[in-house]
Design a protein around this ligand. Structure first.
Ligand SMILES: Cc1cc2nc3c(=O)[nH]c(=O)nc-3n(C[C@H](O)[C@H](O)[C@H](O)COP(=O)(O)OP(=O)(O)OC[C@H]3O[C@@H](n4cnc5c(N)ncnc54)[C@H](O)[C@@H]3O)c2cc1C
Length: 470
């Protein structure tokens, strides 16, 4: 008997996809580094249908791989190659259930596209501050399940800081209705905090209630050219003194990465007169229409020039120019995907350690991987630096796995020396399960396994993601 037969009475035919061609895009990750197989792609339309699917999965012991926009960068949304799992797409649960402008909250279902949620908040004169390069396709369930970060974390925090309430479905199908818009709630263990960032291994997220913020009435955007990451941090200190809470973004990029973005992604343009070794992208915003963020940014950058902290800056004079500057920053993931074979890391260290960390990685890369070009880009104001080693196009594909293992060992050792994290915002997924085993404290791993067992005793939720199979 086909195990899917048990579902056909509950779900409409459009919710069960088994055609290999129709499933194919859902069986590989955004970077094309993970490929899998599946029994079916399930596309429920309601929380009740999600619950029925999980009851069925429990009864038939069928592994479930939850999937949102499939933009994750750690392979967490791709099933393994066995073909035994089903991919559970939340895309059709895509209603914004409520926007409360008195309490400043928004409740959205898991399948809502992030950009649509931003727009819905803006239509009510509010700001939904989560902002990522993938915002046109990643979904609310995905950003919650990865505890996504992005370019505004320096001001508004990660998703965990934005979620007030969560609705999710347990492995046995029980629905936990926790969409409370409460700012304070100390009743028992913080279960929603565990589900956020659990990458589909503890529960299936069906909706979340988020905090909203005052919309930014005025903003100022700049791209600065400078000579080192330590100059970038000095500039950040200066900016904190002058602009404080008005700093929405402060991002770092090396010139190599800038070159890739300009060469490989259509529509990118360079606004400075000449190239520099490093760049920072700055955005200030103020909800007060009389807020003089443009003046503030100009003055601060002039002081930074006098102090030789930066060499040049382009301050956007229009919304179109601001968009063009951010297009350069957001082009990075696409540029890296097109550039050739890469090994990348989503590292996190203390903000003050960023320059020394970058220098340590540069030294190891020059000594051990001289055939590769090494790039750095990321959310420097959060200590989150993406390290990218780009190997020559002609590198034999069968050598890449081995190369990645060696690069990983070296980079993880440096992260360990700095007391950092092997993933700041992308998550463990299937890419970093072994690295987590090696880097987590043994006592912490035991607790993680106990939590997994409590939520998902049969191990049907995204097996092989986050915690390696034993
Ligand atoms: C161009 C680009 C730029 C990016 N920039 C950033 C960035 O700046 N910051 C950042 O943090 N990330 C970034 N990412 C990574 C990615 O967009 C985020 O991880 C995003 O949160 C994933 O959302 P998604 O809907 O695509 O999730 P998916 O990729 O579909 O899934 C990601 C994980 O969440 C699980 N999951 C998905 N939906 C659910 C659900 N409803 N319930 C339970 N589990 C679920 C999956 O099983 C998987 O483990 C970027 C990616 C791209 C391609």
């Amino acid at each position: 008997m086909n195990p899917l037969d048990g579902l056909r009475a509950t779900l409409d035919p459009a919710a069960i996809v088994t055609d290999p061609q129709a499933m194919a895009p859902q069986l590989t990750d955004w970077r094309g580094k993970h490929r899998g197989a599946a029994l079916a792609l399930l596309r429920p339309r309601s929380v009740e249908e999600v619950s029925a699917i999980l009851r069925w999965a429990t009864a038939t012991r069928t592994p479930i791989v939850p999937q949102g926009g499939n933009t994750g960068l750690s392979g967490g949304a791709t099933p393994d190659g066995s073909g035994k799992a089903v991919v559970l797409s939340l895309a059709r649960l895509n209603r914004i259930r409520a926007i409360d402008t008195k309490g400043d909250t928004l409740t959205a279902e898991a399948g809502c596209i992030l950009a649509d949620v931003q727009q819905a908040a803006a239509a009510q004169d509010r700001l939904f501050p989560l902002c990522l390069g993938s915002e046109g396709s990643c979904q609310i369930g995905g950003v919650v399940s990865t505890n996504a970060g992005g370019i505004n974390v320096i001001r508004y925090g990660t998703v965990r800081d934005l979620v007030l309430g969560l609705e999710y479905v347990r492995a046995d199908g029980a629905v936990i209705q926790g969409l409370k818009p409460l700012r304070k709630d100390n009743a028992g263990y913080a279960l929603k905090e565990l589900v956020i960032g659990s990458e589909g291994t503890l529960a299936v997220v069906t909706a979340a209630t988020f905090r909203l913020f005052p919309r930014q009435r005025v903003s100022a955007t700049a791209l600065c050219g400078l000579d080192s990451p330590s100059a970038a941090l000095k500039l950040l200190s200066l900016l904190k003194q002058s602009a404080g809470e008005r700093i929405s973004s402060f991002e770092l990029m090396c010139d190599g990465e800038m070159g890739l973005a300009l060469d490989l992604v259509p529509g990118t343009a360079f606004p400075l007169e000449r190239r520099h070794s490093w760049y920072v992208f700055i955005e200030l915003g103020d909800s007060d229409p009389a807020g003089r963020v443009g003046e503030l940014l100009t003055k601060t950058l002039a002081t930074a020039l006098e102090q030789s902290l930066l060499q040049d800056a382009a301050i956007a004079q229009s919304e179109a120019q601001a968009k063009a500057i951010w297009h350069l920053r957001f082009a990075v993931a696409e540029a890296n995907r097109r550039a050739g074979p890469t090994v990348s890391h989503d590292t996190s260290v203390a903000v003050a350690d960023v320059p020394a960390f970058i220098a340590a990685v540069e030294a190891i890369a020059a000594e051990r991987f001289s055939e590769a070009r090494t790039f750095f880009v990321g959310h420097v104001g959060d200590g989150n630096i993406h390290v990218v080693l780009l190997f020559p196009q002609q590198t034999p594909r069968d050598q890449l796995g081995e190369l990645a293992t060696t690069v990983n060992e070296r980079i993880f050792a440096i992260i360990g020396d700095f007391g950092g994290s092997i993933t700041a915002e992308h998550g463990i997924g299937r890419s970093l399960t072994n690295a987590l085993l090696q880097s987590a404290q043994p006592g912490a791993l035991e607790l993680m396994r106990a939590v997994k067992l409590a939520f998902d005793p049969l191990g049907i939720l995204n097996p092989g993601a986050v915690l390696a199979r034993r």
